[in-house]
Design a protein around this ligand. Structure first.
Ligand code: COA
Length: 163
């Protein structure tokens, strides 16, 4: 049986920190489905279609990784993907409390589903999508944290949102 893991998030936009976690997960499982949450409450800068397209661009050459948008409960998305494994990245200790709560709630809603944590690469331990957006908006250099095609998309969108 194929072991499918899901890697959920908002990815607004995807950073090299997310890419690192996802590529490492793809080495551990037969297939990884990246679940792009609509996260409407976060009022994302990129809409869910744009975020999905950006992820498709980044992982176009990796047949072990596919991308799907979702709304609703994460456990329903996992079941829909026929997956019982949720991948989450842990960056700093501050992520831990929230992640344990999320994993616990998901397990009580669906006890067949396990959450697997991967620690973020040290270099990306402090990266978050909103910080990257803010730095870019204020003219800072974020090329270290973004795939070149994502950097271009962010630059274009920031430019067009000024007009
Ligand atoms: N590298 C870089 N950044 C990372 C990262 C990594 N390895 N891991 C997380 N981040 C960043 C994210 O970009 C995000 O940044 P932002 O807040 O600036 O946008 C931040 O850390 C928080 O990430 P995360 O906790 O993954 O939040 P998220 O919004 O990306 O995803 C969902 C959260 C979608 C998984 C969660 O809300 C969910 O499950 N939603 C579905 C509804 C549901 O089932 N709710 C009940 C849950 S019990």
């Amino acid at each position: 049986m194929e072991r499918i893991a899901i890697y959920p998030g908002t990815f607004d936009p995807v950073t090299k920190g997310h890419i690192d976690i996802c590529e490492r997960a793809a080495k551990m499982f037969d297939h990884v489905v990246i679940g792009v949450a609509d996260s409407l409450a976060k009022e994302p800068f990129f809409d869910v279609n744009e975020r999905t397209e950006m992820l498709e661009m980044v992982f176009a050459n990796n047949p072990k990784i596919s991308i799907r948008p979702f709304s609703g409960l994460l456990i329903d998305f996992a079941r829909d993907c026929e997956s019982q494994i949720i991948i989450r990245g842990l960056r700093a200790i501050s992520d831990f409390e929230y992640e344990v709560q999320l994993a616990g709630m998901n397990r009580s809603l669906a006890n067949e589903i396990e959450t697997v944590f991967l620690t973020a690469a040290q270099h990306y331990a402090f990266v978050s999508s909103s910080l990257v957006r803010e730095i870019a908006r204020l003219g800072g250099d974020v090329s270290e944290f973004l795939h070149p095609s994502i950097l271009q998309k962010l630059t274009d969108k920031l430019e067009s949102s000024k007009t």
